[in-house]
Design a protein around this ligand. Structure first.
Ligand SMILES: [Zn+2]
Ligand SMILES: [Zn+2]
Length: 182
């Protein structure tokens, strides 16, 4: 479906940080990503909603090669597509629903209307007025300027964490444990 142009843009805080959440310890943090990384992430998020049936068949293969990332608080690790906040997932699902609505309108409802609309010359006149699926306006809260910045010299990255009293911060990118000084 190359004709669908889609831009899922996520709110970032003033310094460009992007919110993440690890579902197991339910803690949030923020990472600084390049535009390209953010774009790839948005695409992966959308794909996870669009190709659900495909995922069952070859999930084992695709899981293996994926780089893993680490929760800064508890150190558990998982592939990059597991770190969505609930709000981000809800937001992406609206984009996915809009794509489906678009496809159904374009390939099902409108062709039916076109075909049936013309058949009025026979003995029986048939008319079809399809109900087009509506598009929803995606909405997500603006990103607050909260949390403290923490340097990750191991990967030359920065992260923002929400617990001011945590003494060990793991690098999201490589898992290296950093002592935190006050
Ligand atoms: Zn954790
Ligand atoms: Zn690192």
């Amino acid at each position: 479906m190359g004709d669908i142009e889609l831009n899922v843009s996520f709110p970032l805080d003033e310094e460009g940080f992007f919110r993440r959440e690890w579902p197991f310890c339910r803690k949030e943090f923020k990472i600084l990503l390049t535009k390209e990384e953010l774009g790839n992430l948005a695409q992966a998020g959308l794909d996870s909603f669009m190709i659900e049936s495909k995922e069952n068949t070859d999930s084992d293969e695709s899981e293996e090669g994926k780089p893993e990332y680490f929760c800064p608080y508890c150190g558990q690790h998982a592939p990059g597509d597991r770190w969505w906040t609930q709000e981000q997932l809800a937001y992406i699902s609206i984009f996915a629903k809009n794509i489906m609505a678009n496809l159904i309108n374009e390939h099902l409802i409108r062709p039916l209307e076109r075909n049936f609309g013309k058949r009025s010359s026979g003995p029986i006149s048939v008319s079809f007025k399809g109900q087009e699926m509506e598009q929803q306006e995606p909405w997500i809260s603006p990103e607050a300027n909260d949390m403290d910045t923490f340097d990750l010299p191991c990967c030359q990255r920065k992260i923002k964490i929400e617990e001011p009293k945590i003494s060990l911060v793991r690098c999201f990118f490589c898992g290296f444990p950093h002592k935190r000084q006050y």
